[in-house]
Ligand binder design. Structure first.
Ligand SMILES: [Zn+2]
Length: 73
């Protein structure tokens, strides 16, 4: 008789480290909140992108959209 339990594959939420099961609504995050936290990290540049994704034309385009960067809470 096999004593081993079937192991359920779980991942850790990238934001808080909680276990997340594949198939969860917000997988790979444990919740919508953590998903947004993770997106926020990307937006703030916490995760460094090793190779430049934006080319000068795109940067120039983004510059034209400026004005939302002066939030002081
Ligand atoms: Zn989480």
């Amino acid at each position: 008789m096999p004593a081993k339990k079937k192991s359920v594959k779980v991942l850790h939420c990238p934001s808080c480290g909680m276990l997340v099961r594949p198939g969860d609504e917000d997988f790979p995050f444990c919740s919508d909140r953590c998903r947004k936290i993770d997106l926020g990290k990307w937006a703030m540049g916490v995760y460094k992108i090793s190779s430049p994704v934006l080319d000068p034309e795109v940067l120039d385009d983004l510059g034209g959209l400026g004005g939302g960067q002066n939030n002081e809470e």
